[in-house]
Design a protein around this ligand. Structure first.
Ligand code: ZN
Length: 60
């Protein structure tokens, strides 16, 4: 996904701001990584350049 998507994406649960963590980046696009919501304490994984906002992973 393009990094500027972060400007419009919000946490689907609390509508809060998400923090991007990049694991792998190709051509200015995030290939793998995660978007973290501090309020919900969850990570939304990004894999194959697609952000997954459906199944958040609880941060412990
Ligand atoms: Zn949230």
């Amino acid at each position: 996904m393009r990094k500027d998507l972060m400007d419009i994406l919000v946490c689907p649960a609390c509508k809060g701001q998400l923090t991007l963590t990049i694991e792998n980046e190709i051509n200015n696009e995030v290939e793998t990584g995660a978007m973290n919501c501090v309020q919900c304490e969850v990570d939304y994984p990004i894999s194959d350049s697609i952000p997954n906002l459906i199944s958040p992973v609880k941060v412990t």
